[in-house]
Design a protein around this ligand. Sequence first.
Ligand SMILES: NC(=O)c1ccc[n+]([C@@H]2O[C@H](COP(=O)([O-])OP(=O)(O)OC[C@H]3O[C@@H](n4cnc5c(N)ncnc54)[C@H](O)[C@@H]3O)[C@@H](O)[C@H]2O)c1
Ligand SMILES: [Zn+2]
Length: 362
Amino acid sequence: MEVRSKVRDYAVHWADDAEFVGRLDATPNRLTVVDANVWKHHGQGVLAGVDRATLKVFPVSEERKTLDGVCELYDLLMQRAAKKNVTLVCYGGGILQDVAGFAASTLYRGVSWIFAPTTLLAQADSCIGGKTSLNYQSFKNLLGTFYPPTAVYIHTPFLATQSETDYFSGIGEVIKLHILGGPEKTDQLAQMLPALTRRDPAALTAAVGNSLAVKLAYIMEDEFDRGRRNLLNYGHCFGHALETVSRFEIPHGQAVTSGMILANLVAVHRGRLARPTFDSLWQRLLLPGLRVVPRREQLAPAPMIAAMGNDKKRTGAGLALVLPNEPLSLEKIDDLAPAEVERALAAFAELCEEKSALFKTP
Ligand SMILES: NC(=O)c1ccc[n+]([C@@H]2O[C@H](COP(=O)([O-])OP(=O)(O)OC[C@H]3O[C@@H](n4cnc5c(N)ncnc54)[C@H](O)[C@@H]3O)[C@@H](O)[C@H]2O)c1
Ligand SMILES: [Zn+2]
């Protein structure tokens, strides 16, 4: 897959076996940075051949997705003899992608970087699009640049060792991209979701491939997030607020899953989405995809409305939301009323209770 970008065009390669690691390790003037958990699980496996002399094992956390984390990489990169010609080779999830991408985009006004994503979220979604984001003070993803990698290598066997919660965070973005892809992609995902939750290799390849193809269509039209790309924010308006209110206890893609359900409820209440369409999405995708169910206190209206009002993507006076319309097309609105938020949260709290009752062991 070729991605065209105003910064640089780049290719996404499918790396079925371990051979790609040797290829990346032959990159001249490289610094290889590996997420510490990825190293723990794969350092003796697919990454065993990585040259230790140019390796940095990097512990990740949201607290290290900051300028301090970036400075650590600057220091290591500046120690290399080659300056502008250095290449950062990076194995990790969205956090390492953000730190490495930001460092690569700013050091010497931009050096090469190659990304091998190791989480479902990073493989299916964040590895293309070129965004890099850092947390600043208490604000998530406040600083950032547009700077795509020089190349992306997707090796799905990395995903076997992800924790269930992190894996399901990725499933949330996969569901979002299939819904954005239209009814055919949505049906296809509904059929393969049981296999995908078992991390079946064929289902993974299909789900990652479909997700990237849908995202590619959106970003090619609007690389810098001015119009159509906004629709990729489906589930994120409520989702970001839930992340904030839960103090990041709910992982990103799971907050997005809740966010899609809430946006769908608003659409039903506005008469934009038919109830059978809502029910079909809930039963076939969103109910099985929701693993981190928000607690009732996390759905209290006042903090949610306050957090939605602070969303950095907001441009007008009202609250913004990406809303599904019948038959499943998306639209951005900016006149969402607090009373609508309250009603959707109450309806969602009921659904969450039903879901919890469904899964309670007798
Ligand atoms: N730049 C973008 O376009 C973009 C888009 C979406 C999200 N993000 C950011 O990505 C981050 C979330 O990323 P994520 O969900 O990919 O996970 P992550 O990078 O937060 O990693 C989650 C956990 O999984 C571990 N891990 C990573 N790969 C593993 C593997 N193969 N086996 C075992 N453990 C592994 C990590 O060490 C970490 O503990 C957030 O900070 C979010 O803001 C960025
Ligand atoms: Zn997201």
